[in-house]
Write a protein that binds this ligand. Sequence first.
Ligand SMILES: [Mn+2]
Length: 278
Amino acid sequence: MDLSSKINIVNLSDVGRKRPHNEDSTVTDASMGLVILADGMGGYKAGEVASALAVTSIQHEISTGIRHLKTGRVDKVTGYSYESLLIRDAILYANDIIFGTAQTDPQCQGMGTTIVTGLFYNDTLTIGYVGDSRLYRLRNNKLQQITKDHSLQQELIDRGLYTVEEALAKTPKNLVTRALGIDAKVQVDIMEEQVLPRDIFLLCSDGLTDMVNDEEIHLTLSKYSANLVQAGQELIRLANSYGGKDNISVILASIRESYARPNGLFNQIKNRILDVRG
Ligand SMILES: [Mn+2]
């Protein structure tokens, strides 16, 4: 199913005002409903290598894997859709590649990257992520952060040691507690969200969220909801106007209409028969 007429996707990345390179990488495929954003870290240009390896390998794994996927089915062990498992496995595979490269290439030693991967299918969005790049949703004029940062700040808040305000004031920014490529193993968080027409989703790197607060992101998305390119450009302009201390990447996806699978009932019955057969 080609989703490009149902979902409008925009992909923008900017080096910002202070950094010599852009170490973020983004990839989108409107037809497949695939959005991927990575924020690399590491020595001279190694961050770029890590984030690029992540987005290209994940795009490749998902676009090849989806052709053989039994859509509309749920894995009995994990309770996740097969699409979700494909995303998780693609991210784990990216971790293997980045970790392996970091071990063998001295210039890439210690490199790593965050990842947020989203796949739209059957009025659903599955998100797989590691690190502190985020996904937000604007629905009924409410902005909600869907992902939860894998960061020191967030952990201290979760453990009740700090309030949000205290954590922001007292702990260093950008200390991620999980990233791709750092270790042979990594834990990927998976979320499955129902999607409604007129929803707008935002994936972004911390170069946006460290500079522009949620309220201003909300105002900007609401104001430019009819023009995603303008919305993205305005977010990047704001981040740069507040200093642009880091690379800024923004992927926006707005839902024009339902993209439920055609012949939904037929597929449901068919899948139930397949389930009975095992
Ligand atoms: Mn960053």
